[in-house]
Design a protein around this ligand. Structure first.
Ligand SMILES: [Zn+2]
Ligand SMILES: [Zn+2]
Length: 178
């Protein structure tokens, strides 16, 4: 969503707070295939005027569905994360001040008229926040590589059956029938 900073730019306010939610568009940052948002990403933004520049902090929560990387069991979970940016307002640049503002690591957001747009930055932060893979539980035993049964639901019996390498089976036959 475009955030209107007019009240900060004309000095009526020094802090602006906004809450909104959005669904990432197909043209923006893409979510991994196995991630499905259950509802729009919730965002709470605070923009603070610091005379010459502004700081923007957005906290976001995403509720999403995915699957266990080992057993493919559906998982519903959530992520909470935040994005911090500097907005250069142009008038008089206090570059030296920025260097001391270590929280913001010089990630600049550009003003578009009186507006800023951070949805793509938030989607990107969400993707970075995601773990490499999700597990339904830390010790998920996964699926049986032979029959595909979920091992958390009990032993399928495959491991009990001794399987002999077909090449060794020939050898065994020779040994059995000298
Ligand atoms: Zn699992
Ligand atoms: Zn099995």
């Amino acid at each position: 969503m475009r955030i209107d900073l007019t009240s900060l730019l004309d000095g009526r306010k020094s802090v602006l707070e906004a809450e909104y939610s959005y669904m990432p568009s197909d043209e923006g940052v893409l979510l991994p295939d196995e991630i499905t948002l259950r509802e729009p990403i919730q965002v709470r933004v605070t923009v603070t005027d610091k005379h010459g520049y502004m700081t923007l902090v957005a906290s976001a929560t995403a509720l999403y569905d995915t699957v266990c990387a080992r057993c493919l069991e559906p998982i519903s979970t959530s992520a909470t994360f935040s994005v911090s940016r500097l907005i250069e307002t142009g008038a008089d640049r206090h570059t030296q001040d920025h260097e001391h503002d270590e929280d913001y690591e010089d990630e600049l957001l550009t003003l578009d008229g009186h507006f800023v747009e951070i949805d793509d930055d938030i989607t990107e932060a969400f993707v970075l926040e995601l773990p490499m893979y999700h597990l339904c539980r830390e010790d998920c035993p996964g699926l049986c590589p032979k029959c595909g049964k979920k091992l958390s639901e009990g032993d399928c019996g495959c491991s009990a059956k001794k399987e002999i390498d077909p090449r060794l089976a020939i050898l065994q036959k020779l040994l059995e029938n000298p």
